[in-house]
Write a protein that binds this ligand. Structure first.
Ligand SMILES: [Fe+2]
Length: 252
């Protein structure tokens, strides 16, 4: 499970390294958070297809997914591209999907958005998670949750809420990898934030000069993607009987 792709260039980088990583480590399924794949905004359909063609099985979403206008008209035809499940039902796209791995395991992937310091205001991610699990009950073997949220406490709360009921709860959105990767008491893999797939010398993927200018002037100057060497951060999970038995941090 990989963290936020920060731009089209970051998507190209990830696409260049993911196939070899998957093959070397025998990865059965890969999720990538692509909500900034169009640089801050959600991915274009072409960027989404690039990632899906390079080894991402599901692209998870966030607060910026549906700000990609080109994706709005295409997302209903792209089942593997998720927006948060706690959006209103009338919003384009879907918040969960079941994919079957090459070895025949049915994996439910769910995308949720937090409500603490987050926009837009959506339904409870806790109640939505319950509803999605209930709706798909009996149709999946493993469930993975990408919780796109700002507050560490809210992410930990969802992790404990779903402990033992899903295989993993991973946080995204802050773009900063946290050091708390763990297996919760009832077997659910958990990390507060996966980190990002983007430029190393950046501020969350953005050129540091642009961000500093905003802080120093309080004016919303235009942001540009940072340049330079890229990285891709996330976690590798090994499961058995629906529970995580091994988890490690990954940086590509
Ligand atoms: Fe976000």
């Amino acid at each position: 499970m990989l963290g936020d792709v920060t731009s089209p260039a970051a998507a190209e980088y990830l696409s260049s390294v993911l196939p070899a990583y998957r093959a070397k480590n025998g990865v059965d399924l890969c999720t990538v958070n692509a909500e900034n794949g169009g640089f801050i905004l959600g991915p274009t359909p072409d960027t989404a297809k690039l990632l899906l063609g390079a080894g991402a099985d599901v692209l998870t979403g966030g607060n910026h997914t549906l700000q990609s206008y080109s994706l709005l008209g295409a997302i209903d035809e792209m089942a593997a591209v998720l927006r948060p499940a706690n959006y209103p039902a009338a919003a384009p796209g879907c918040g969960s999907v079941i994919v079957r791995t090459a070895s025949g395991v049915r994996v439910l992937v769910m995308s949720l958005l937090g409500r603490v310091h987050m926009e837009p205001p959506l339904a409870s991610p806790f109640e939505t998670a319950d509803a999605v699990l209930e709706r798909h009950r009996g149709r999946y073997d493993l469930a993975l949750v990408d919780f796109h949220a700002e507050a560490t406490g809210e992410k930990l709360a969802l992790g404990h809420y779903l402990d033992g009921r899903v295989t993993a709860v991973v946080g995204t959105h802050t773009h900063v990898p946290t050091a708390d990767l763990t297996i919760l008491p009832k077997g659910t893999g958990y990390v507060t934030d996966l980190g990002m797939c983007g430029p190393r010398g950046s501020i969350l993927g953005i050129d540091p000069e642009d961000v500093l200018t905003r802080y120093l002037t309080a004016v919303n100057h235009k942001f540009h993607p940072a340049e330079g060497k890229m990285k891709a951060e996330g976690v590798l999970l090994e499961t058995e009987g629906g529970r995580v038995i091994f988890a490690e941090r990954v940086t590509l």
